[in-house]
Design a protein around this ligand. Structure first.
Ligand code: GLU
Length: 504
């Protein structure tokens, strides 16, 4: 039997890391062992489902680098792949079950059952549907139907043990006595989740059901529905719950966990894919955790997936992201950064010269970033050069108080005021002259140069900043960037007017 797996999201919100991990494990299984991945949209909850979310789910799955063979977007031999278009299929299978007397119509009012369930709960008693309508005669059923009495279809739960195999949890066994007869079709004709999932998985010939372990408790009911329909069981694999770093169930409290959030932060898809795979699965002992999609698929083994909860830690994700950002083809990060900085109002139109300049900016700032959207918090320093303010700064004063620092600033200013220079090309010789003129070297040379050009005592590599200032000053940006000459002369003046130069 060919491997057929499915990912079955409900379009009721953004795709978050828990669901995405389920999608990734299904995808990896197919990549490793071959077969087809089916995407099925579970939108029977008409109130909470929204096609906007469906679009976002597809966008996120594609962004994550996943692909699939069947789904509402690409069709396939077992469609339709949206549950809201399959109501007639569920009704037909319900008729089959009613005819076989594996299911029955129940006319009990929902309010009445709800009230009894609440009373039982308050008294601390377990409650299950007592099977009142199981005993109705065919004549009585026909009479109530003719009277248009609202009814649901319920499964007749058989007695005895319910067993199934789970690749993560091993052999599972439940006593059916604890299960009330579950509703298959509601009075409005809509199927319940358990029933629709089984009808779809059965008719779509799904061989492996890999999903979150929040569905483990649904599985015995689903197994009974398979049995009643006379269909073979798939193999199940229930993935562990995902917790936050504080070991509480992952929720909004732990910050945003949607794929959209990480995508918009400028986390690379490779980083997220790599990290999600490690939520419950680990490569062999001496294997690196940084793995390409191909390596992940080659090493993946569903039987080695852990049943203990996995911890989602955004800091660890950013650790992966820092790695992938360094490896990434620069054109990708530059494209992303250009869009981002334009949206933040820091860039106007992005032509090839601006893009080239953004390339320098990305290269300079990348080593300090967890994710690319942090750029917009860092790059304003390229514009915000205020010598008067800078010389008041504690760190800058510290640098300037070192013997010989003022002399470095002075020499730098002399060098940069010497006619028109190509500062970027001549930078090494400018530095040599400042060194010779001031008698300073190493930190004592470079630190004062840095504060004079940037107004700050730390930041990206100085050579890179020099190219950025010079290149940026020649571009038409929403705010002008000062070149090195303007910076050094302003700083020199500010320093003199503060009489800091006389300290030494
Ligand atoms: N629509 C269900 C969910 O999003 C899928 C359950 C299943 O995979 O059977 O949780």
């Amino acid at each position: 039997m060919p491997n057929r797996l499915r990912f079955a999201p409900s379009p009721t919100g953004d795709l978050h890391v828990g669901n995405a991990r389920t999608a990734v494990f299904n995808w990896l299984y197919v990549k490793k062992y071959g077969g087809s991945l089916v995407i099925r949209i579970e939108d029977t909850d008409r109130v909470r489902s929204d096609s906007r979310f469906e679009d976002l789910i597809f966008r996120d799955l594609k962004w994550l680098g996943l692909d699939w063979q069947e789904g509402p977007d690409c069709g396939g031999p077992f469609g339709p792949y949206r549950q809201s278009s399959r109501t007639a299929i569920y009704a037909r299978q319900a008729e089959v079950l009613l005819e076989k007397e594996s299911a029955y119509r129940c006319f009990c009012s929902e309010e009445e059952l709800g009230r009894r369930a609440r009373e039982a709960r308050q008294a601390g008693l377990a409650w299950k549907y007592p099977g009142t309508c199981r005993r109705l005669s065919p004549g009585e059923v026909a009479r109530r139907l003719a009277d248009a009495h609202p009814s649901v279809v319920r499964l007749k739960v058989r007695s005895g043990k319910v067993v199934f195999r789970d690749l993560v949890h091993g052999g599972m066994q439940f006593d059916s006595a604890v299960l009330g007869d579950p509703i298959l079709v509601r009075s409005n004709g809509m199927p319940t989740y358990n029933y629709a999932a089984v009808v779809d998985d059965g008719l779509m010939k799904i061989s492996h059901v890999i999903r979150g372990d929040d569905h483990l408790s649904n599985t015995p009911r689903q197994v009974l529905i398979y049995e009643a329909l006379g269909w073979p069981l798939p193999v199940f694999a229930h993935l562990s719950t995902i917790l936050g770093p504080d070991r509480a169930r992952l929720s909004k409290r732990h910050g945003a966990t949607s794929l959209k959030h990480f995508r918009e932060q400028g986390v690379l898809w490779e980083a997220l894919l790599n990290y999600l795979t490690l939520l419950g699965w680990a490569p062999g002992e001496d294997q690196d955790e940084i793995l390409s999609p191909e390596e992940l698929a080659a090493g993946f083994d569903i039987e080695r997936v852990s049943k203990s909860p996995a911890i989602f830690d955004a800091q660890k994700l950013y650790f992966f992201n820092r790695h992938y950002l360094k490896e990434c083809e620069p054109s990708r990060t530059v494209e992303w950064a250009s869009d981002h900085l334009r949206q933040e109002g820091l860039l106007g139109e992005v032509d090839s010269r601006v893009r080239q300049w953004v390339g320098l900016v990305v290269e300079a700032f990348l080593p300090g970033l967890d994710h690319l959207s942090q750029l917009s918090g860092k790059v304003p320093q390229l514009w915000d050069f205020e010598a008067e303010r800078a010389v008041q700064d504690e760190g800058v004063r510290q640098v300037l108080s070192s013997p010989g620092a003022a002399r470095v600033v002075e020499e730098l200013n002399n060098q940069l005021s010497l006619g028109k220079r190509d500062v970027v090309r001549e930078w090494p010789s400018i530095v040599r002259s400042v060194k010779a003129g001031s008698g300073q070297k190493g930190r004592k040379l470079f630190h004062p140069i840095r504060v004079a050009l940037t107004g700050r005592d730390s930041g990206p590599e100085l050579d890179k900043l020099v190219s950025i200032f010079e290149g940026g000053s020649q571009l038409e940006l929403p705010r002008r960037i000062k070149d090195c000459r303007a910076r050094s002369s302003e700083f020199h003046n500010a320093m003199r007017s503060q009489e800091l130069s006389r300290i030494h």
